[in-house]
Design a protein around this ligand. Structure first.
Ligand code: HMG
Ligand code: MG
Length: 298
């Protein structure tokens, strides 16, 4: 059955911007974060404490994390692949972080330079240190519906990595269709496999829209009871280690879908759409949210 309310995790400032080739001002990132909070997003992934050599666009992670004008009721999180990243994030007052693994060996090597098993060994001390600091940790699994290097990924492999993250202490596991190749029945089967080991209310759907399937895939997993959705304003983004992958599903389109289904999200669609119009103009990108484009033309 459909959930009554859905929590959106806005990943635009991180997933949406990490792949932009031209530098984006820290001030622009901060204004984006501010506007997203004003539109009602209660969870914003703001930065990524990764190597600036690997992802130059996220090199200003400290300035971003420290520059946020924090709003009551909004969680501002950051990616932290290892202890070095976590320590830096803690120094900047982060209240929640995320580790990111993959269901594909080849993708794990390309993205974080280690095997899946090694990545789990690196995450364990991150979770331990975060627990000491009273910081919650979210876990990502990439390539849950396909890998740019290995192709098909078995749902059992996704379930195995998701369970490892959950057992390690991740309070929620976000399932990433990194390259957006999934289709609804595959998405449904993958969620069913993962939900055998992890309660449905601890799972999130993180779908990229490369093949235009993200909303259909979300509909399929909403029906299964998934109640946390990752999305990116204006559909910004792509992963630097997944060539050709396009942005996340657009937050505006997800809110329009949820509104139509009578599912509560607490988000002001008009304010969100205006934010999408603003950021795409600011960075010179097309607006990939159909709802936003339609609302702007009204
Ligand atoms: P490595 O080279 O194996 O690490 O990289 P290392 O420990 O050997 O360190 C190498 C260098 O990186 C050293 O610097 C370290 O200090 C530095 P050097 O001595 O060469 O000057 N370093 C760091 N600098 C800043 N912050 C850190 C950090 N750690 C080491 N935390 C590492 C391993 C994970 C660091 C690297 O592979 C990396 O940064 N990868 C980033 C990958 C990434 O950000 N990908 C995009 C995000 S994932 C994604 O988009 C998918 C998702 O959206 C879900 C989905 O869609 O599926 C989440
Ligand atoms: Mg992603």
């Amino acid at each position: 059955a459909f959930p009554q309310t859905v929590r959106l995790v806005e990943v635009g400032p991180r997933d949406g911007l990490q792949n932009e080739p031209e530098p984006i001002n820290t001030a622009t990132k901060l204004e984006l974060i501010e506007r997203l909070g004003a539109a009602g997003l209660s969870y914003i992934e703001a930065a990524s404490f990764v190597s600036p050599k690997w992802v130059p666009q996220m090199a200003d992670h400290r300035e971003v994390m420290q520059g946020i004008r924090r709003r009551e009721g909004v969680t501002y999180s950051a990616l932290t692949p290892n202890l070095k990243g976590l320590e830096a994030a803690l120094e900047c007052g982060v209240e929640e972080v995320a580790v990111f693994g993959a269901a594909s060996e080849a993708f794990s090597q390309k993205n974080i330079n280690c095997s899946v098993a090694e990545s789990l060994d690196r995450f364990a001390p991150v979770l331990e240190r975060a627990r000491e600091a009273n910081v919650r940790v979210r876990g990502y699994v990439s390539c849950v519906l396909g890998c740019p290097y290995e192709g098909e990924i078995a749902p059992a492999k996704v379930a195995e990595v998701a369970k490892a993250l959950y057992d390690m202490g991740c309070y929620e596991v976000s399932l990433g269709d990194t390259i957006g190749t999934g289709t609804p029945l595959k998405a449904k089967r993958m969620i069913e496999a993962v939900a055998r080991d992890i309660p449905m209310d601890k799972l999130a759907a993180h779908f990229h829209d490369t093949y235009g399937q993200a909303l259909a895939n979300l509909y399929a997993v909403l029906e299964e009871g998934v109640a946390v959705i990752d999305s990116s304003v204006a559909g910004l983004g792509g992963c630097p280690y997944a060539k050709g992958a396009s942005g996340n599903v657009a937050s505006e389109d997800v809110v329009y879908l949820l509104d139509g289904l009578g599912i509560e999200s607490g988000i002001d669609l008009n304010a969100l759409a205006a934010t999408g119009t603003w950021i795409t103009q600011a960075i010179g990108r097309p607006n990939r949210s159909k709802a936003s484009v339609a609302l702007a033309a009204k």
